[in-house]
Unconditional design. Structure first.
Length: 401
């Protein structure tokens, strides 16, 4: 599953042996993100996608500033979900024209900062509209808005559903005509729709269906819009394989479907640019989490590798970030990657809670104190999605290699 090569029995990251990288970083635990792998992923996806389709990076997947700067040079725009993320996106050099801001419960100060920055606000509630209009008046600009629609359908077989049924995200499709009228009345610069139905999907046909439905819904709703659509953000939802038995998402059928949608859009929504917004698919597989074995214990016949890393840095690998049944992320012992597995063991962190499990009953090479445990598929929803303050252990470091 891993894209990181093993040379002379040792995992290599960015062309360097892992132990050398650990020495360079100067501490464990750390996250390492491989910029060449990220660039290769974006290039590979672009080759598959139809020309003219806009590719955005949803930076909540990994908001590390250096990584966001790297992404800014590769994608067509950045999607942010808070004013804090907006600051990083602006610092990255991404043009404000190509930044959009989604998320429920945007505060007045966040909306004002968004208008001042000149970015596109994906409106999730009619409550945001007067604040945006007032900010625009004060600054002498027209606030740029798109409407996030909560569609009447779901993204099937999704890890996380974010559309369909009652949801805190976006405006229910039935209410959209009234909210569009309000956008027109307030004189906001209406640019289009944002329809994001879910995340972490490995079924190409489910994504194709959702994108077809989203496109049809957008065409219907466009009839009520105060201005022609300039942008239609069809969401994303592309998943990556985390667990045994999961396979990479095949993107060819999705790309072909998007080509067909773009063809129809040229006639039905002339002037509208189609956007795909992806987070984990672009960066998740390019990152690893590395921690060091600090103790090896045998309890009633079962081996535990205790490490200096755990759920306070990597909540998702511990199974506590939206998983229903706990499963192991792919792991290895980075400095023994060539060795055959020994007896099954359980890798845990130093937190005094049974939740702090990195990998349970996993076949790894026999590890000793000082060895480096590597968790793959860790480039998204890692450091920033973990409760770093829980139990007051030292923070981890992130490095872009
Ligand atoms: C979280 C989020 C994404 C990114 O999801 P991934 O699963 O990382 O691709 C994209 N768009 C919106 C609106 C989101 O909230």
């Amino acid at each position: 599953m891993s894209q990181f090569p093993v040379i002379d029995g040792e995992l290599h990251v960015g062309g360097q042996p892992l132990t050398r990288l650990a020495a360079r970083i100067g501490q464990t635990p750390f996250y390492a993100y491989d910029r060449a792998l990220i660039s290769a992923r974006v290039a590979e996806l672009r080759r598959a996608l139809p020309d003219g389709l806009r590719l955005h990076y949803a930076m909540k997947a990994n908001p590390m500033p250096a990584l966001v700067c790297h992404m800014a040079g590769l994608v067509d725009g950045i999607d942010v979900a808070s004013a804090g993320e907006l600051q990083v996106a602006l610092d990255s050099g991404c043009s404000p024209e190509e930044i959009s801001f989604a998320g429920p419960g945007k505060r007045a100060d966040e909306l004002q900062r968004a208008v001042a920055a000149g970015i596109l606000v994906n409106v999730e509630s009619a409550r945001e509209l007067p604040t945006l209009a007032q900010a625009g008046e004060r600054l002498g600009v027209r606030a740029r808005v798109a409407l996030r629609v909560n569609p009447p359908f779901e993204l099937k077989s999704s890890g996380m559903r974010m559309g369909g049924g009652p949801k805190p995200f976006g405006v229910d499709a039935e209410q959209v005509p009234a909210v569009l009228a309000e956008i027109g009345r307030l004189g906001l610069a209406f640019e289009g729709f944002h329809i994001f139905a879910g995340s972490q999907n490995l079924q190409a046909d489910a994504i194709v269906d959702a994108q077809q439905s989203a496109y049809r819904l957008a065409v219907e709703l466009a009839a009520h819009a105060p201005a022609p659509l300039r942008v239609l953000n069809l969401g994303g939802g592309f998943g990556i394989p985390y667990f045994a038995g999961e396979a990479r998402l095949p993107v060819d059928a999705i790309a072909a479907n998007l080509g067909e949608i773009m063809h129809r859009a040229a006639a039905e929504l002339p002037g509208a640019r189609l956007v795909l917004e992806l987070g984990r698919y672009l960066v998740g597989e390019a990152g690893i989490y590395v921690c060091r074995v600090t103790d090896r214990k045998c309890s009633r016949g079962h081996v535990f590798l205790v490490t200096d890393g755990g759920l306070h840095h990597h909540l998702a690998a511990s199974g506590n970030f939206g998983q229903v049944l706990r499963k192991n992320y792919p792991v290895t012992i980075g400095n023994r990657a060539g060795q055959a597995p020994g007896e099954p063991c359980t890798v845990v962190g130093p937190l005094c809670t049974p939740l702090d499990v990195i990998a349970a009953k996993v076949a790894l090479p026999d590890a000793a104190v000082g060895d480096l445990v590597v968790v793959f598929q860790s480039g998204a929803y890692g450091a920033s999605a973990s409760p770093a303050g829980f139990l007051s252990h030292p923070p981890c470091i992130e490095a872009l290699i």
